[in-house]
Design a protein around this ligand. Structure first.
Ligand code: GLP
Length: 261
């Protein structure tokens, strides 16, 4: 794992966008793993600008989102598909037929999860996975006690997550209490993972995720097992990392991979 601390949320999103853009330019048929949440909005705005200004090309890219609420069809205004359309799909030249999210309206959510997992496999797995982090330490919707080897499946959301995300619903009372999510094992199988977290409300969970012991109570700790994971945080989210000076030194002096040099 590599931790990069940027001065603020804009700079964090800028670096994350650059990493994704470099990867996409190197492999235009890239299979992207996409995330939702407020943190990603800045990043998607930056990618949309790169598409408009620098011709960043998504025409051959394929995408798989981490998760979707159970009970919400893709055209429901609070669905993650609608979030993706608003923030990314309608703002770049990705072919919507190449974008995938679990079908929240499926009659058989368990079967839908298995189908989604096979679809990822049929595309050769995910090349570049974006991740946010919830305050419970979830990646995707892998709430506490998610098995380290779990695959895409249904998960009940914790009261804390329900409270954290309720504000994103026009009527919070209609928020589903369950979601379909890629598993921790699905995420660990991605070839490259980039987790972005910003703001002081993420400082405590980022410290646990990066420096704490690996535990299924905090699914983001599993990323310590990922072969190529970068955590990009702003100063506020880095505030509780004990080794933050070391991470700064590494990035300034001996960055771990080519594009930073
Ligand atoms: C939701 C998503 C997660 C995301 C989290 C972070 O819960 N399922 O994938 O990491 O939001 O949200 P925010 O960026 O709004 O803090």
């Amino acid at each position: 794992m590599e931790v990069i601390i940027r001065p603020d949320a804009d700079a964090a999103a800028e670096l994350c966008a650059q990493l994704l853009a470099d990867a996409l330019r190197a492999k235009p048929r890239m299979v992207l793993g996409l995330a939702t949440g407020r943190t990603m909005e800045r990043l998607y705005a930056r990618l949309a600008a790169m598409h408009a200004e620098d011709r960043l090309d998504f025409s051959q890219a394929v995408s798989f989102n981490l998760d979707e609420y159970i009970g919400l069809a893709g055209d429901h205004p609070d669905s993650y598909r609608m979030y993706m359309k608003k923030h990314l799909f309608d703002r770049v030249n990705i072919d919507e037929r190449n974008t995938h999210l679990p079908d929240g309206a499926s009659d058989d959510p368990d079967l839908e999860c298995a189908r989604y997992e096979s679809e990822i496999e049929e595309h050769g797995g995910i090349d570049f996975q974006l991740l946010g982090i919830g305050r419970t330490g979830h990646i995707g919707f892998n709430e506490p006690l998610s098995a380290m080897l779990s695959r895409t499946r249904c998960k009940a959301l914790t009261p804390e997550t329900l409270a954290q995300n309720a504000g994103q619903f026009a009527d919070p009372a209609t928020m589903p209490k369950r979601a379909m999510t890629m598993g921790v094992g699905t995420i660990l199988d991605t070839k490259r993972a980039v987790l972005m977290a910003t703001g002081e409300e993420k400082a405590a969970i980022i410290a646990k995720a990066v420096e704490g012991p690996i535990t299924s109570m905090i699914s983001a700790t599993a990323l310590q097992l990922h072969p190529h994971c970068t955590v990009i945080v702003d100063e506020a989210a880095a505030a509780k990392l004990e080794q933050r000076d070391y991470y700064r030194w590494i990035f300034a002096n001996e960055p771990e991979w080519e594009p930073y040099r």
